[in-house]
Design a protein around this ligand. Structure first.
Ligand code: ALG
Ligand code: ZN
Ligand code: ZN
Length: 322
């Protein structure tokens, strides 16, 4: 362990104390937490996947993880919205980045799956910072293997990501959830998209998506029904199943998340997204990701700040899980 003063509780090594070491000093780990090699056990591992070879439009999400880590320096140890101290309830550590091959999507997918299994071997849960949405497939494979059963999926995104192929390619950022359904790793009674909007290729996209078992809460549903009604519907659909949450940051309106590769107008506010997440307290959250942060299109770290808070609330939820 380094000799930096940390905010620690319940035997868990916490973030470097911002009252004693300026929060902008030193190399960035998520929320200034210890690295994985600095702790003896881990309840939640935060890991980056610097991979964006699966994108269909603007690249750059390979730089997302470190951009979110930099923006996460301002996170504080107590989360009043959930009345919890996530880094005191759990040992959370930053596992660094997976060494994924940028020239072979197939090999990258294998690496993500294997690294996810390695990191969760001792019972830790994973919070992954993307990377493009392709990586959700191997992360779901690992989550289902660890859960020993297909998992429920709550998918926040402007897009369905249940398309079939692009240029004949099966593994892209627009196709992970179709592949996951085909592979039988998702519990098809408990699949939800939230925040969906924008033009599609055709009505067939929605028909196929429904056939796979997905329920959709569109971005306008969130506006018209409100957060509480949406949360109640999601909770009912998920029940006590092992749950994986995948957050494509483009679920947010481009005003709240400009730094992403396939932006769509009319999205959620960061407040709406955080409020929905906070309504999920007590569910059996087994893993989560925040993907598609592309710093080259970000301004004033707007997207990275939102993503870091989403990751923080997801970790808090892991500490409040059933
Ligand atoms: N951002 C994600 N994950 N998918 C977007 C795919 C949109 C498209 O190329 O049609
Ligand atoms: Zn998307
Ligand atoms: Zn997506």
């Amino acid at each position: 362990m380094d000799n930096l003063p940390r905010v620690s509780a319940n035997g868990n090594t916490g973030p470097v104390d911002a009252a004693l070491v300026p929060r902008y000093a030193g190399a960035a780990t998520f929320a200034r937490l210890p690295r994985l090699d600095q702790v003896e056990r881990t309840d939640v591992a935060v890991v980056g996947v610097p991979f964006d070879s699966g994108v269909s439009y603007r690249p750059g999400a390979r730089f997302g993880g470190n951009h979110v880590r930099e923006a996460s320096r301002l996170l504080r140890p107590y989360n009043p919205a959930l009345d919890a101290s996530p880094f005191g309830n759990l040992q959370v550590a930053d596992a660094g980045d997976m060494a994924v091959n940028p020239f072979s999507i197939h090999e990258a997918i294998e690496t993500v799956q294997q690294n996810a299994l390695d990191l969760t071997g001792g019972g830790a849960r994973l919070l992954t910072l993307g990377g493009d949405h392709t990586i959700a497939l191997p992360l779901l494979r690992a989550a289902a293997e660890r859960a020993g059963t297909p998992v429920a999926l709550l998918h926040f995104d402007a897009h369905l990501d249940t398309w079939d192929t692009y240029f004949g390619a099966e593994y892209t950022h627009g196709t992970p959830f179709r592949r996951a359904v085909e592979e039988g790793i998702l519990d098809t009674d408990a699949l939800s998209h939230v925040g969906t909007r924008g033009p599609l290729y055709g009505k067939k996209d929605l028909e196929e998506d429904r056939r796979f078992g997905f329920g959709i809460v569109t971005s306008s549903d969130v506006l018209r029904q409100g957060v509480d009604e949406v949360v109640a519907k999601l909770r009912e659909r998920i029940g006590d199943r092992p749950l994986y949450i995948s957050v494509d940051i483009d679920v947010l309106d481009p005003a709240h998340a400009p730094g992403t590769g396939t932006p769509e107008a009319g999205g959620l506010t960061s407040r709406e997204l955080l409020e929905i997440l906070r309504g999920l307290r007590g569910l059996n959250l087994v893993g989560a990701d925040v993907v598609e942060v592309a710093p080259a299109y970000d301004h004033a770290d707007i997207t990275a700040v939102a993503a870091s808070h989403v990751a923080y609330d997801l970790i808090t939820l892991m500490g409040l899980s059933a």
